[in-house]
Design a binder for this molecule. Structure first.
Ligand SMILES: [Mn+2]
Length: 445
């Protein structure tokens, strides 16, 4: 298992502070445990910003940074060692080890926070924190009152809070080489799991059984699990974009759409493949599938620094609408159909989203009212789709209930892009070959 060295996290904290004025105070809270039922909790998932800056995977902690502060710049507040609690819920790092292993100047018990924070706040020039965190915000107001009560000679408290999420979003949007390594691993495991699903799929299996095959592969290969709720939708279910019930029997003759990805060291894989339950595409399925694949490949071919996600989306829309007209599924002039957004009954979602520690990752999509140009080190998805609802009016029934999406994870490189998810086939020959039992490399990606 690859682990990032502590220096990476220390350096990220320094880089974040470097862009801010002296005595800027930064607060980044960890995630907390969420009750699932009575006294059991949902599996813990660390807050992505907190993880990005600390590599610390415990709940109930707060990262505090203060640039140029006399007693250090990097502080952690975390749970104390507690032999009894640790017997039940696992080892806690504690304060001493947090300093050594996580590279903090000082670590305090979380219970000391109301004592320590007003001291820092009394000297702060600015405050940066995620402003939508209500619990943190109300704590912050309490600390301000404490400053007024305890440090009467403080000339002025920071007059406003700046949203740290956006600042961090811009940092996280450009992936460093060590992050790209982890994302490649998330993509590789995700691709292998999709291959496994294709290989074991048979008519009359349940959708949840394919989900189990995928998630088995995720865990077997060292991923922490799925990076979002796995979608396995066969037949009409493929037309429900966020179908996660995965409860139906898969029928011969139907397609199955799988949108699932592994989470590795916090980083998300995100792949969609659509393939025939019985291993052979029908004529209509082939025609519609080839169109979606064409759009997927077109968008990939256009990806390079300086291009924008809007341009890719427009190219995808133009490609899909042209194909839909050729197949007789839309009637009229291509440009007029695009203008009227008539295609949205068949393609109602975007083509791309950023990918990283969050599956729909952070970072602005637009700057100064314009789509931002792609830069080396950005990672995003390309996922065109076509969905013909089972009750779609005025359509030959042969087309009804077909849902197809083909999604890859794309890294922008200096000169173009790299498809991180090429380990799972997406051509018709490649998929049919793999499902027939051909070696997957020989089947052709
Ligand atoms: Mn996606």
């Amino acid at each position: 298992m690859k682990h990032l060295p502590v220096e990476v996290f220390i350096q990220r904290r320094r880089a974040l502070m470097a862009s801010l004025p002296n005595k800027a105070l930064l607060l980044v809270p960890s995630a907390t445990l969420v009750t699932r039922s009575r006294d059991t909790e949902h599996p813990f998932r660390q807050d992505s910003d907190f993880w990005y800056l600390t590599g610390f995977n415990e709940p109930d902690a707060l990262l505090v940074l203060m640039k140029g502060y006399s007693e250090g710049e990097q502080f952690l507040f975390n749970q104390p060692k507690d032999k009894l609690m640790e017997t039940w819920t696992g080892i806690r790092l504690g304060q001493e080890a947090a300093v050594i292993q996580l590279g903090f100047d000082q670590a305090f018990m979380l219970t000391e926070i109301d004592q320590q924070l007003p001291k820092l706040l009394a000297e702060a020039s600015e405050v940066w924190m995620p402003i939508e965190d209500q619990a943190l915000y109300s704590r912050y107001l309490f600390w301000r009152q404490q400053v007024r009560a305890r440090f009467k000679r403080v000339a002025s408290l920071p007059a406003r809070i700046t949203d740290l999420s956006q600042q961090l979003g811009e940092m996280r949007l450009i992936k460093a080489p060590e992050e790209i390594e982890l994302m490649k691993e998330a993509a590789r495991i995700s691709a292998e799991a999709h291959c496994r699903a294709m290989q074991v799929c048979r008519p009359n299996m349940y959708e949840y059984q394919l989900q189990a095959e995928l998630e088995h592969e995720f865990r077997m290969q060292g991923a922490s699990g799925p990076s979002y709720g796995s979608i396995v939708g066969s037949g009409d279910n493929a037309c429900v974009l966020h179908y996660v019930e995965n409860k139906d029997v898969m029928q011969a003759g139907d397609l199955v759409l799988i949108d699932a990805g592994a989470e590795y060291q916090g980083y998300a894989g995100d792949i969609t493949r659509t393939f025939p339950v019985s291993g052979i595409f029908s004529l209509q399925q082939k025609q519609l599938y080839s169109l979606v694949l064409k759009a997927n490949l077109l968008a990939i071919s256009l990806t390079r620094p300086g291009a924008t996600l809007d341009e890719l989306h427009q190219a995808v829309v133009h490609c899909l609408v042209t194909g839909l007209v050729e197949l007789g599924l839309l009637k009229g002039e291509v440009e007029a159909l695009i203008e009227a957004e008539s295609y949205k009954v068949f393609f109602m979602h975007g083509t791309s989203h950023w990918l990283g520690l969050d599956v729909h990752d952070v970072g602005l999509y637009r700057q100064d009212g314009k789509a931002r140009p792609l830069e080396e080190g950005m990672v995003f998805t390309i996922e065109p789709g076509l969905y013909i609802a089972p009750d779609q009016q005025g359509i030959d029934p042969l087309w009804q209930g077909l849902g197809i999406r083909i999604e890859d994870d794309i890294l922008v490189t200096a000169t173009g892009c790299e498809v991180l998810t090429s380990g799972v086939p997406k051509t018709i020959e490649g998929i049919e070959g793999l499902m027939k039992g051909e070696d997957h490399a020989a089947a052709g990606v």
